[in-house]
Design a protein around this ligand. Structure first.
Ligand code: NDP
Length: 284
């Protein structure tokens, strides 16, 4: 019987155990997915091994430690400098990042060309790194804006403080990758967002509870949304897809080369089916 787990701090709020256990059951796999709240980052690897895990999802604040304490790192996890998926096989610990895959899949961009010429990401944290990597894969020109500049050195795209944004610039896709929505806040001043929203046609929020950010977009683009000329989504599908891709790594359904997801239609279809199971149990 497989044993998988979520390792993070805190873990009590996570939907992952619900989603993963439901998927294991529906796939007919003998396994259980638990949660473990880790106190000390240095114990990540030893705890993974002492729990006898076959695989784990790693979330805040340990995604960088997951990368550093693994034996093998996928190309994307190295590029993003963080791993959200650990798999134990052949006595080695393998690290992957499925956040960027989940993001691309949620936008239907894994297999297809995009009509986004450019994107603005609000926030410069760990998730932004996965998103910026994904957008670069798709040749979407990306700008990052944040309330502080200390993390700009982690990025190789244009980074600006909010008050340095040129409000005449047009971004097709505007993404809120901050955690501001958790506190029911906009990521930046409404007067900055409004003119940018006017010109955008897609707005994306990585959170999946409430979103003042998406609410503002919906208010401003009401007519275009009802005419299917403007679109929005929250992070629910991203969450389910990243979980589905992680489960496929856990079960050895994919090779170590993450490019397979971009190339193999059958694997993408499998991920879609698993993500759908997860979405139905977690969000419907
Ligand atoms: P980090 O802590 O690494 O980064 C948080 C970012 O948000 C920073 O840029 C920070 O700014 C900014 N920020 C925090 N509070 C505010 C605020 N009140 N106003 C404006 N900016 C703010 O977090 P992550 O990048 O790891 O996660 C961000 C969000 O993404 C979380 O809410 C998480 O739940 C969600 N997420 C969703 C996933 C999904 O599958 N849907 C997957 C992974 C994450 P500063 O740098 O100045 O501190």
């Amino acid at each position: 019987m497989y044993h998988f787990s979520l390792i993070a701090k805190p873990v009590h709020h996570s939907k992952s155990p619900l989603m993963q256990n439901k998927a294991l059951k529906e796939l007919g796999v003998s396994g259980v997915y638990t949660r473990y709240e880790l106190e000390n980052k240095d114990d990540l690897r030893s705890k993974f091994l002492s729990l006898g895990l076959n695989g784990a999802n790693v979330s805040l604040p340990y995604k960088t430690d997951a990368l550093l304490q693994s034996d093998y790192q996928s190309n994307s996890s190295k590029a993003i400098s963080s791993a959200n998926t650990l798999v134990y096989k052949n006595n080695f610990l393998y690290a992957y990042n499925t956040d960027f895959l989940g993001f691309l899949a949620s936008l239907g961009l894994l297999d297809s060309k995009t009509n986004f010429k450019n994107a603005l990401i609000l926030g410069a944290g760990g998730t932004t790194k996965a998103l910026a990597y994904a957008l670069k894969l798709k040749n979407i020109q990306t700008t990052i804006a944040n309330k502080s500049s200390s993390r700009f050195k982690d990025f190789d795209v244009k980074c600006v403080l909010y008050d340095e944004l040129d409000l005449n610039d047009k971004y097709d896709l505007i993404i809120n990758a901050t955690s501001a929505s958790l506190d029911d806040l906009l990521p930046c001043d409404e007067n900055l967002l409004k003119p940018l929203f006017e010109k955008a046609f897609y707005s994306y929020e990585v959170g999946y509870f409430k979103s003042p950010f998406l609410n503002l977009f919906k208010e401003i683009k009401k007519d275009e949304i009802s005419n299917q000329k403007a679109f929005y989504q929250d992070g629910a599908y991203m969450l389910c897809y990243q979980g589905a891709f992680s489960l496929m790594y856990f079960l050895g359904l994919v090779s170590d080369d993450e490019q397979v997801f971009l190339q193999d239609e059958n694997l993408r279809k499998k991920a879609f089916d698993i993500a759908k199971i997860m979405y139905n149990i977690a969000f419907l």
